[in-house]
Design a protein. Sequence first.
Length: 367
Amino acid sequence: MKKLKWFLLAGLIPLFLPVLIIIILMGAVGGGGTNGSPQSQNGVTYADHWSDGDPYTHNLLVHRFGITAEQLDGFLDTLGISYDKNRINGKKLLEWEAKSNLDVRGIVAIALNESSLGTAGVATNPGANMFGFGAYDSNPEYANNFNDEIAVVGLTQQTIIGNKNQTFKIQDDKAKKFANGTLNPSTDGGVYFTDTTGSGKRRAETMQKLDQYIDEHGGTPTAPKETNDTGTRISSSEIPSGYSITQTIDTTNYIASSYPWGQCTWFVFNRAKQLGITFDPYMGNGNQWMEKSGYSTTKTPTEHSALSFSSSQAGADPVYGHVAFVEQVKSDGSILISESNFKGLGIVSYRTFDAETAKQFTYVIGH
């Protein structure tokens, strides 16, 4: 499959020195919290099956809870491939998921479609990886510098998160845009692959088959609903029972200019805009939104306002704070918020707060 890896299409120099590549791979994408979001790269968000009901548009940073190594091994054995079971197996796949925060079903889909689980192409070279990471069009052998474990982490940080390829549909769409000359890497991010025959769709179909196999071989338990002592319930990517939102969240066309993609500020600015509410493109870090000149604030929970968390408040970053969007205020005073990067960069999730806790926060009223 023809590919152009992330930094080639982002306009960077294609012939990086190996040491520079390693430094980049080990760096934390979006780290430092310069936009006021908790940097929870290892945070996990769960869905029963898919983040929005479809494997093709599923956020690859959202997981299915409780998948076992035995289920993964069983599925791999159904594929009819003579693969190295010491190199890829259920136990290793779950370890890679934990280290990278990439959905294990997506890891399997990528490994299968890139290299038939490491049995084809450059993946058979000593030291190379089965994910196509580093296999540039101009120098496929460069993949020899990244083993499987390094590659799956680098793939997640660089290609999935850094270049905004968080769903297989986005990957297909961007390949087509690249082919017809309409891709803007500065706003769209770089492509994952340049193939326009539906590589993303095929990977989603693999995920669907794996998910169905899991259902037919024991299923998985329901993800635990965690609570803490601040009146908060940490929910999955689904809207908590008993709450509702006025309009479905769709981040497809969310812009990333003054607020980098995936950060809490990026989400609130765009979510508000989606509902006809305007916030300044330079509101600052999450804890600075409450201080922005020209915007009124209140301690009364207000629907469709921005909830600006102080530093360390309710799990916010100790330096930069956090900001979320108030989706609903119920008659009992409890609130539902939506937010990005509380559970991981670019992951949209929900929390609820009881009435007493909700009164402690500062709400910023948009225009």
